[in-house]
Design a protein around this ligand. Structure first.
Ligand code: B3K
Ligand code: ZN
Length: 868
């Protein structure tokens, strides 16, 4: 039986707090296992009532309580709260508590990352530091005094500005910080430790001189330069594109090795997973560099969208996350290739967010009911949330969008806002009615947009009939029509674009689909056109239009919108996989269709194409995303079809892969977009060459590489094609990088995704490696996460051994780090597309977890939904 008694919170039950806290002065005496915290707050009753003050607190030892300086005993303690009764209208409340950072393996609240102290408070970690109103609508001015051992912790950091410091005679020292901006507790941060510091400065548009400091582990200073460059680029971008300036005199970033997610936007003191800070040519791939740029940008952009204006309650999370992801996507697109960024985001959405929408955790971007808030930092809230903002941007245009954003930030500055507040401001600034659009916030699921067309040659008229259906999801059975921007273009059969007109007027290429079914008519269409639908992926929907191979080939070559070119190839590939699976199920084997060979050939021969775009066009969808094409399917058959397609493309186009490989060499490594693009295409070509059995290219590239992108490109190609040289490469790589966890994660990941009968045994070996530790989330993700998500054929082995492996790890993480456990369980609960046999294997394992005596709320919420 499960011990937990999970409580569900509902969005509709929101109530303003009974008390406000205007200031909080923290005095923190850091000790490894007995840290003492004195929290002095000014508390003010909100309205007339006799309700007690209920403070949140977890895993704290209460030492003292005083009101206005006098010891106070009108309180009650529960496992999760401190309840104070009969407080005066206004008072100064002093609470002294003790906690144990060394024992904190959940990495929430105050914990040790190696020898440094650090904090993670979002969403509800502050209650593990002191008793407090730990909710985002309570904003206070914080001051923080930190005292610690001067030798082990020369740097003592917190939010805001450093206002005082001193040395004590017992070998300890202290620093006092003051944050002038009122903030909710989730934005609090503290770091104490010894670091190397990279320093720089930035002058804002209005002339404010800002000190920039990046703190990294000793010896890693040379790996922080790219992060600093990205930070300055982000600051400049926000000024140029959004007229937003930084507001404090200092901006600090600390890189730590033990971190549950990517990074955290604490006011003035971001704490980062070192994976998103450290980068140099020898250790980081091109993709790693771009991730650093993106995450540094994301956290910086939160300073306005998240910190200056925060969320009223956690159900509104997408208010800050969807908007900030949109902002980081725009930042990456303005700095690099817009089309490639768009394609990569769509790939992620289709392979992961669509699966979330189709699974037991389906929820709207603004959820209605939550047990464990950490379970809702999802692809839906973040990525689909960003798509919703992007649709808004498409509907109102850049200038109205920027006006709306400014108005929203001015109006709600220093406050906690809601998604409705944001939409109302956007509507006011743009003059658009967003009533129907607002349903995107309350409805879950992936809409299917069905488009059928008719060409009337007599009247030279072309009509599109568009209908929308959102299939029912686990959380909602009834669905309403949404406001969907559908961006279209028409091409002649020669590939010439046509101007869209109706009755002599040109028609906006973004059609407003608002009804369940609608017709759009264009005139002056000289011949049957080929429609390019959903340009730039104008809405997060599944498109249903009966494209012929011929139409798809035409779009691949002629569409002005590059996303459509890529998507047309994806559809050709999907069709080939569908046909192949159907024939396998019927016993026969089909080979790769001629149309697909032809578009691959023309893509490889098109020298005007951006190589990064070509690389995307020539990369097959993952097996997991192909599952979305089926209602239910035997995943091993999809795997066979995928492998056959890849193998045939490799062998039949070998001379072209060789040519692409040779033409895209980049001597002298530079992190520069044209070079990144060439390396991307070169390494895609290398992967196919390896599959075609050519060993020399991979071998030579591995030996001669002067950068991690090429080293890994070669090793991946060799390992996935099972070339004889793969073993030696893996051994060499391990020997070279065994002391660097972040680099070795690539080695872990690659081996965890090797598909063969030995996969589970290999996971055991990797977990026994001296560098592996279940306490470090990066290592766990690199081995267990990569196996469960990136090795679907082994994970879904029909003997259940893959499921057993994951479950055995979840049992351990359930107690040590429930947040990570709940992240890792995702592939086990998304079983809807799998065959009945696998579904029942999975359900038995989920039941086994459900029966754990100490099951965490994090896992309970997901398993209960999956079994319901
Ligand atoms: N806001 C944090 C995420 C916190 C996750 C808490 N489980 C990072 C970000 O989105 O920028
Ligand atoms: Zn964020």
């Amino acid at each position: 039986m499960t011990q937990i008694n999970p409580t569900v919170q509902y969005r509709e039950d929101y109530q303003a707090p009974h008390y406000w806290i205007d200031t909080l002065d923290l005095d923190i005496q850091l000790h490894d296992s007995a840290t003492q915290v004195v929290a002095i707050s000014r508390v003010r009753r909100h309205g007339e009532h006799d309700e007690p003050l209920v403070l949140d607190g977890e895993q704290l030892t209460l030492l003292e309580v005083a009101v206005n300086g006098v010891a106070f005993n009108q309180y009650q303690q529960t496992e999760h709260s401190l309840i104070l009764s009969q407080l005066p209208q206004e008072c100064v409340l002093t609470i002294k508590t003790e906690l144990n950072p060394s024992a904190n393996t959940a990495l929430e609240g105050l914990y040790k990352s190696g020898s440094a102290f650090c904090t993670q408070c979002e969403a509800q970690g502050f209650r593990r530091i002191t008793y407090y109103l730990d909710r985002p609508d309570v904003l206070a001015r914080f001051s923080t005094r930190i005292t610690a051992d001067a030798t082990s912790c020369p740097y003592l950091l917190s939010n805001g500005n450093k206002v005082d410091a001193g040395v004590l005679d017992d070998g300890r020292h202290w620093v006092q910080w003051q944050d002038p901006f009122p903030k909710p507790a989730y934005l609090f941060a503290l770091v104490a430790g010894d670091f190397d510091v990279l320093r720089d400065r930035f002058t804002t548009l209005s002339g404010r001189d800002v000190a920039l400091e990046i703190f990294v582990d000793k010896g890693n200073l040379h790996r922080a330069h790219f992060a600093m460059q990205s930070l300055k680029a982000a600051m400049a971008w926000d000024e140029q594109r959004c007229q937003l300036e930084y507001d404090l005199d200092i901006y600090m970033i600390v890189a730590v090795d033990f971190f549950n997610m990517g990074a955290m936007e604490n006011k003035g003191l971001n704490v980062f997973n070192s994976k998103f800070v450290l980068a140099d040519d020898k250790t980081a791939t091109d993709a790693d560099y771009l991730d650093v740029e993106r995450v540094i940008g994301h956290e910086y952009f939160h300073n306005w969208t998240g910190n200056r204006v925060t969320c009223r309650d956690w159900f509104q999370l997408s208010l800050k996350e969807g908007l900030t992801v949109f902002r980081d996507q725009e930042f990456s697109s303005d700095l690099g290739s817009r089309s490639v960024n768009r394609i990569q985001n769509v790939r992620m959405l289709r392979s992961l967010q669509f699966a979330e929408d189709a699974g037991p955790m389906a929820h709207p971007i603004r959820p209605d009911a939550v047990i464990e808030m950490n379970n809702f930092y999802t692809l839906t809230v973040y990525e689909k949330g960003a798509e919703v903002i992007r649709m808004l941007h498409t509907l109102v245009g850049e200038s109205a969008f920027q006006r709306g954003l400014s108005l929203y930030l001015q109006r709600f500055d220093g406050q906690a806002a809601t998604c409705e507040d944001f939409l109302a401001t956007m509507s006011e600034a743009s003059g658009r009615d967003l009533t129907r659009f607002s349903r995107w916030y309350s409805q879950s699921g992936t809409p299917v947009l069905k488009v059928r067309d008719h060409y009337d040659a007599n009247h030279q008229r072309y009509s599109l009939t568009v209908s929308q259906v959102t299939p029912p999801t686990h959380d909602q059975s009834q669905k309403l029509a949404l406001h969907i921007p559908l961006s279209v273009a028409l091409y002649t059969e020669q590939g010439e674009p046509l101007t869209l007109t109706l009755q002599g007027h040109s028609v906006n290429p973004v059609l407003d689909v608002i009804e369940a079914e609608q017709e759009f008519i264009f005139d002056n269409v000289p011949s049957q056109p080929v429609p390019a639908l959903l340009q730039s992926f104008s809405a997060p929907v599944k498109l249903d239009y009966p494209y012929s191979d011929q139409q798809l080939s035409l779009l691949t070559m002629h569409s002005i919108d590059e996303f459509v070119r890529w998507d047309a190839i994806q559809t050709l590939i999907n069709n080939a996989v569908l046909a192949n699976v159907a024939q396998r199920q019927g016993g026969a084997l089909s080979s790769v269709p001629q149309s697909l060979l032809e578009v691959f050939t023309s893509t490889l021969q098109d020298s005007s194409l951006d190589p990064a775009l070509a690389a995307e066009m020539l990369t097959l969808p993952t097996i997991n995303s192909l599952l979305e094409l089926f209602e239910q399917v035997d995943i091993s058959v999809v795997g066979e079809a995928h492998a056959q397609l890849q193998q045939e493309l490799a062998t039949r186009l070998a001379p072209l892969w060789r040519q692409a490989y040779q033409q895209n060499q980049t001597p002298n490594y530079q992190v520069e977009h044209t070079d990144i693009a060439k390396r991307a295409l070169k390494n895609v070509a290398l992967g196919y060459l390896a599959l075609a059995g050519e060993e020399t290219h991979a071998q030579r590239q591995y030996q001669q590489a002067d950068n991690m992108t090429d080293t890994l490109g070669a090793m991946k190609a060799a390992v996935h094609a099972k070339l004889a040289c793969a073993g030696a490469m893996l051994a060499d790589f391990e020997q070279k990088w065994q002391h660097d966890g972040l680099v070795l994660d690539n080695w872990f990941r690659l081996q965890a995704t090797m598909e063969d009968g030995a996969a589970v045994a290999r996971i055991d070996q990797l977990m026994a490696h001296p560098t592996f530790s279940l306490t470090n989330p990066n290592r766990v993700r690199a081995v267990i996460g990569a196996f469960a998500n990136g090795n679907p054929l082994a994970f879904h082995a029909i003997d259940g051994s893959g499921y057993d492996k994951l479950v055995s790890v979840l049992v351990l993480l359930n107690t040590s780090n429930p947040q990570i456990a709940a992240r890792l369980i995702t592939p086990l609960i998304q079983f809807a597309r799998l065959d009945d046999q696998r579904q029942s294997l999975i359900k038995a394992r989920l039941q086994q977890l459900m029966d754990l005596p100490d099951l965490s709320g994090d896992l309970y919420e997901k398993i209960a939904k999956a079994l319901a």
